[in-house]
Ligand binder design. Structure first.
Ligand code: XIL
Length: 396
């Protein structure tokens, strides 16, 4: 598996070298291939797309992609040019793929996989075992007793075999289990979680084993929010660490941990803690990833999304780039994925009352400061920051 990943990165690195040296000057798909004169050897094009800059160090930059992103040419152009790993925002969730028992709808997921292929991008599969967005036939069956524990486990196994099998060889990372931990201090695997309560605690190990059986080459992730120190106490990180360490000790095929990275400017947050927590997971021999990055703040309204606090426009790019910097400092961090790339395709206004402005592109798909800041960080990361020239102070 390592070989496969290495060769993938090697190819991406080679492809990126041209772009980094003399690639696209603007964030526009039509200019991507227009060759620019190469600068002096080693000069990084400061206007290169994020994906090309990141490829120079083997990092993937991505976003949740929803049908609107694929079907609207201006959105598709940004995704295709700037990003090289896509997560279906909803289209691989059980509720969507099997709305009626035995009746499947793979159209959204198939479109996403085709869109990735067309753009030479990878796919993060999301998500196989989660308490949310389950089909009603399943949750109703469990609550009215027509689906018992054994049948529930059988249905999950079937779901994982069917979905992971369908996309075998086409998914880079799978979020196998999502959001199983409590937000309390101390945190633990939630005994009231739908899966734990109804299928038993062994469901986590089984889900990873089934996914591995269905696609032995996919990287299998445990994914959750607030496990990069966002809770202040690090309680949830510690619970996530204990969970994956336990799985590894039991020989369960878990290969990575995804920290979602949903930040809100009204709360405190420590970039150093995030870096340490990513390193802590990596110390177990795991890959790490930021999987759902966004930074929300209070705004004037959902269609315009202008921050109401004037300092938010500074906090926003700061928190984005500090998350990226934490990733850059941890070699085991292999991808940085946003949850929507424009404020127009973000879930935030629909889920957090009064909030928005969460992504690097605004409601009109124009890049905001966060985009330029991410770009600058990646320029420095691609070649290393230039050496300072030290001159002596003139004598008085
Ligand atoms: C969200 C989607 O963006 C919404 O469209 C949907 O209605 C609810 O789910 N954590 C996750 C994601 O792991 O799957 C969630 O996505 C956001 C929070």
């Amino acid at each position: 598996m390592d070989m496969r990943r290495r060769s993938l990165f090697a190819a991406a690195g080679a492809a990126s070298a041209a772009a980094v040296l003399g690639g696209a000057a603007t964030a526009n798909a039509s200019t991507l291939s227009a060759a620019q004169p190469a600068g002096p050897a080693g000069l990084v094009n400061p206007n290169a797309p994020l994906r090309d800059l990141a490829a120079a160090i083997g990092l993937r930059i991505g976003s949740a992609i929803i049908p609107q992103d694929i079907n609207t040419p201006s959105f598709a152009a940004i995704a295709g040019t700037q990003l090289d790993v896509y997560t279906p925002g909803n289209e691989m969730k059980w509720q969507v793929v099997e709305p009626t028992q035995g009746v499947f709808d793979w159209s959204g997921a198939d479109n996403l996989v085709a869109f990735a292929k067309q753009n030479d991008a990878l796919v993060r599969g999301h998500t196989l075992c989660w308490h949310n967005q389950l089909p009603t036939w399943l949750t109703t069956g469990v609550s009215n007793g027509t689906i018992n524990k054994t049948q529930l486990l059988d249905l999950l196994q079937q779901h994982i075999f069917t979905e992971v099998g369908r996309y075998k060889g086409k998914i880079w990372q799978w979020d196998v289990c999502n959001e199983f931990l409590t937000d309390s201090n101390p945190s633990q695997v939630n005994p009231n979680d739908f899966w734990i309560a109804n299928a038993g605690p062994e469901v986590i190990s089984l889900a990873f084993q089934w996914a591995h059986e269905a696609d032995p080459h996919a990287l299998l992730f445990y994914n959750d929010y607030n496990i990069g120190g966002e809770d202040g106490s690090n309680a949830k990180h510690n619970a996530a660490f204990a969970l994956v360490q336990g799985l590894l000790n039991d020989g369960i095929p878990v290969h990575g941990v995804g920290n979602q990275g949903h930040l809100d400017t009204q709360f405190g947050w420590s970039p150093q803690r995030l870096r340490q927590d990513l390193q802590h997971f990596a110390s177990l021999g795991l890959k790490v990833a930021l999987t759902e990055v966004d930074v929300r703040t209070f705004v004037d309204g959902p269609t315009t999304q202008v921050p109401t606090n004037s300092l938010a426009q500074f906090a926003h790019p700061f928190e984005f780039t500090e998350m990226l910097k934490s990733v850059l400092q941890v070699p085991e961090a292999i991808s940085f994925t946003m949850w929507g790339f424009t404020d127009a395709d973000s879930w935030i206004p629909g889920f957090f009352k009064g909030e928005g402005y969460g992504t690097p592109w605004d409601v009109n798909q124009n890049p905001k400061q966060a985009f330029f800041s991410l770009q600058s960080e990646l320029v420095l990361a691609a070649k290393g920051a230039p050496r300072r020239v030290h001159t002596r102070m003139p004598r008085p």
